[in-house]
Design a protein around this ligand. Structure first.
Ligand code: GLC
Length: 433
């Protein structure tokens, strides 16, 4: 059976962001930033204050970091050495979910169970030491309303998380209680940051020239340093929760995916671009092309990456992955189309994200010139997915023209962990922890 070519072309067109639309998304994003800064309910960006500016690069000392919010949870002990340098002394990591074993993502788990799991990992990272005092920075990668650097309440779960009893709670209190239950009264969480904020802190510590940070992984989000020019307020990193950006034109697959998700109506950009959802979109389109209604065959962004890494003429990887998942053997020309579909999903994702980056650059430049700057990005998709770098650059040049060479993205690997340690150090130095 060969795919219906007309239908295939219609689907690819529905996943294409042409230059005019790209520009529209960038402009709408900037507009939403402005509305958000003015406190307008019409903004789809939350613009959450982090209560942190940028680090000086001279932060020093040993700090624990708990990095929670993606597929894996990690605990690390960092030695910050000043001068933008650091050492990772210890690192432990565990998946949050193991099939047929445990699941700290879904609604089957309670807050207490989840945070006991996190505390056990902290325990492992410090080898059961219940004496040495540690300050811990907590990267909690969900929209949280903060009133200070310690006190962050989860507003709403994203990325299909659904653990009971966390929404509305102060997450560091949940963590502290779990550490106490574990006997770790020597570990004090003193700061909580979003992962995008942590990435910006880490890049500013190491590189300088960076005022925008982002995550491109299971989820997607961007933050930036808001200068509050002309007002008395201190420059503060704002977590935009850009995955919640709404001013988009979802196609029928996006709409169906949203309707079947844990939180319909929320995180519309994220559902079009992030790793958690790419495989689901791919699966939905594939089901339609194959004429098989059943979905949820568990494709992930890793499968999409594998399909795209294979440059062979007959797209063997695409055929293998589809055969393993569905039992269907594709003709070579269909396997090539499946690869094209995977590419269209990825390229759309990169272009939409690039447009939001440019919207942010425009907004921070204001009426002035665009500064030379890096946008720091952490996450497996940015690191590993084929076609990301080149499409990001292409979109920047479409939107920024001759200013495009001033702006680039840099990989801030591990920034979501390091940034938590920096937040703990900055909080301690400010006498707040
Ligand atoms: C989701 C979360 C956001 C986080 C992002 C990346 O969008 O809501 O807080 O930064 O995922 O992990």
């Amino acid at each position: 059976m060969a795919f219906d070519r007309g239908k295939f072309d219609e689907i690819i067109a529905a996943f294409t962001v042409d230059p005019a639309h790209l520009r529209e998304v960038a402009a709408d994003f900037r507009h939403d930033m402005r509305l958000g800064l003015a406190g307008s309910p019409d903004s789809s960006l939350r613009m959450l204050p982090s209560y942190l500016g940028l680090p000086t690069g001279e932060e020093r000392g040993d700090y624990l970091a708990l990095d929670f919010g993606g597929t894996n949870v990690r605990v690390l002990l960092y030695r910050l050495e000043g001068n933008g340098t650091y050492e990772t002394l210890t690192q432990v990591a565990k998946p949050l979910k193991v099939d047929r074993s445990y699941d700290y993502v879904g609604a089957g788990a309670t807050a207490e169970q989840l945070f006991d799991f996190l505390a056990a990992l902290v325990d492992e990272a410090i080898g059961g030491d219940q004496k040495t005092p540690y300050l811990l920075g907590h990267t909690f990668s969900f929209p949280s309303a903060q009133t200070n650097i310690y006190d962050a309440r989860l507003i709403i779960w994203t990325k299909e998380f659904a653990v009971r009893g966390v929404e509305g709670a102060v997450v560091n209190d949940l963590l502290k209680d779990a550490l106490v239950r574990r006997g770790l009264t020597n570990v004090t969480p003193n700061a909580v940051v979003n992962d995008a904020v942590a990435v910006l802190l880490s890049a500013a510590y190491i590189n300088g020239d960076t005022e925008i940070g982002a995550i491109y992984a299971t989820g997607h989000n961007t933050c930036y340093l808001e200068p509050y020019a002309g007002s008395a307020a201190q420059p503060t990193i704002l977590n935009m929760e850009s995955g919640g950006f709404q001013k988009l034109t979802p196609n029928r697959f996006d709409t169906a995916l949203d309707e079947a998700s844990e939180k319909p109506g929320e995180q519309r950009l994220e559902k079009m671009v992030a790793g958690r959802y790419m495989g689901v979109l791919f699966d939905m389109v594939l089901a339609e092309l194959l004429g098989t209604p059943e979905r949820r065959r568990g494709f992930g962004s890793v499968d999409i990456g594998r399909i795209l890494e294979d440059q062979s003429e007959r797209a063997h990887a695409a055929a293998d992955i589809v055969r393993t998942a569905t039992g269907r053997t594709l003709a070579a020309e269909d396997a090539v189309l499946v690869r094209e579909l995977a590419r269209a999903i990825v390229v759309r994702s990169v272009r939409l994200i690039a447009a939001t980056f440019v919207g942010t650059v425009w907004q921070t430049a204001g009426a002035g010139k665009i500064r030379r700057q890096h946008i720091a990005v952490d996450g497996s998709l940015y690191e590993k997915m084929p076609y990301v770098g080149e499409n990001m650059r292409r979109a920047f040049s479409e939107l920024l023209g001759e200013d495009a060479p001033l702006v680039d993205t840099i990989f801030a690997g591990g920034g979501s962990g390091l940034g938590a340690a920096l937040a703990a150090a900055m909080t301690e130095q400010a006498g707040r922890g």
